[in-house]
Design a protein around this ligand. Structure first.
Ligand SMILES: Cc1cc2nc3c(=O)[nH]c(=O)nc-3n(C[C@H](O)[C@H](O)[C@H](O)COP(=O)(O)OP(=O)(O)OC[C@H]3O[C@@H](n4cnc5c(N)ncnc54)[C@H](O)[C@@H]3O)c2cc1C
Length: 310
């Protein structure tokens, strides 16, 4: 083990790999620790990433790791950071198996856990024909028979979003019937059918939804279903290192300023863990930006460069 890494990047999804690439090119001693559970791995393809549209997520991450191999100052480790604390001005990370590493900076690129609704039959369809983001999956679902499952105001918004991709949309309220007359009128005038029955199961094959089963024993044939999937932090690591998590519309985000610094000045965050707009292109951009700031902060320590940079 080296005594102290200049930066430890926790997580090697789009954000962490992008950050590590910038750090490697800046010749910074960097360790990347990754548990290998990028949130979109279940999907067949990534939608909407320039230069990599509709190609498998796993290949993107493998290519990113291979690129890091070109930079001798970057070391990649498969594992989970199980805890963190401060010791004598350094940041100490515990890695499963009892190993500990020290770093001058930590960049959290840990992503988020997406929690789709707990419906029997949903897990094998998740990220394929049951999805939470029309921008990610809408193109693959174009002109198909779709449904949205949401309550209240969100039901109107998410259902109307789907109308951009197909004419055949059903709004499922799952027995809640909580839409106002105005909402119902808006949906009906957009050609959306509203169905108040309670959903009990999703039926599909090879990742493809075929029908939705209701409590009354009937089924409706559908090819795709939009659901809500709140996001949550994967671990208390940010707080352990002195950062704070704040409520956001999607879940609990790590609080960062405009240069990706958390409240603990030597801990940075990028990607889903600290954004209200989760998507791969955004994660790549924020990882890259955060790493540039990490380099600036190290240069400020070493040579007194202005920091934060102007
Ligand atoms: C099913 C699904 C499909 C999606 N499809 C698209 C799409 O088509 N297009 C699009 O733009 N966006 C899509 N998204 C959103 C996109 O996947 C995320 O915005 C993006 O992956 C965020 O990247 P990230 O690097 O922040 O996090 P992740 O990709 O989640 O990577 C975080 C990494 O950190 C690791 N990690 C976490 N904690 C620790 C720890 N303590 N120790 C070690 N490692 C740790 C994880 O195991 C993981 O490998 C989709 C999301 C989901 C859920």
């Amino acid at each position: 083990m080296r005594n102290e890494w200049e930066c430890a990047v926790v997580g090697a999804g789009a954000a962490g790999l992008s950050a590590a690439l910038v750090l490697g090119r800046a010749r910074r001693q960097t360790v990347v620790i990754d548990a290998g559970r990028q949130s979109n791995l279940v999907s067949d393809v990534i939608g909407g990433l320039l230069g990599y549209d509709r190609r498998p997520p796993a290949q993107l991450y493998a290519a990113g790791r291979a690129e890091l191999g070109e930079y001798p100052s970057v070391e990649f480790r498969h594992g989970t950071v199980t805890g963190g604390r401060r010791v004598d001005g350094s940041l100490l990370l515990e890695i499963g198996g009892g190993e500990e590493i020290c770093a001058r900076r930590v960049l959290l690129a840990t992503g988020m856990e997406y929690d789709p609704p707990d419906i029997p039959g949903l897990p094998p369809l998740w990220g394929r024909s049951v999805f939470q983001c029309p921008f990610c999956h809408g193109w693959e679902m174009r002109d198909k028979r779709l449904a949205s499952l949401a309550a209240g105001e969100e039901a109107v918004h998410s259902t109307l979003m789907l109308r951009g991709w197909t004419d055949d949309v059903v709004a499922l309220t799952d027995g809640k019937s909580d839409l106002s007359d105005d909402d119902l009128n808006v949906l009906r005038s957009a050609g959306v059918t509203v169905d108040d029955r309670r959903v009990v199961e999703l039926i599909g094959e090879n990742g493809k939804l075929t029908s939705i089963a209701f409590a009354d024993g009937t089924r409706m044939e559908r090819d795709g279903l939009l659901v809500e999937a709140p996001l949550r932090q994967r671990s208390p690591l940010a707080e352990q290192l002195g950062a704070t998590c704040t409520p956001s519309p999607l879940g609990q985000s790590i609080g960062v300023d405009e240069i990706h610094r958390t409240e603990a000045g030597d801990v940075f965050a990028a990607g889903d863990a600290c954004t209200e707009h989760p998507h791969v292109a955004g994660a790549i951009a924020s990882g890259s930006q955060a790493a540039m700031i990490v380099v600036q902060s190290l240069l400020a320590d070493e040579f007194g460069l202005p920091y934060p940079p102007t």
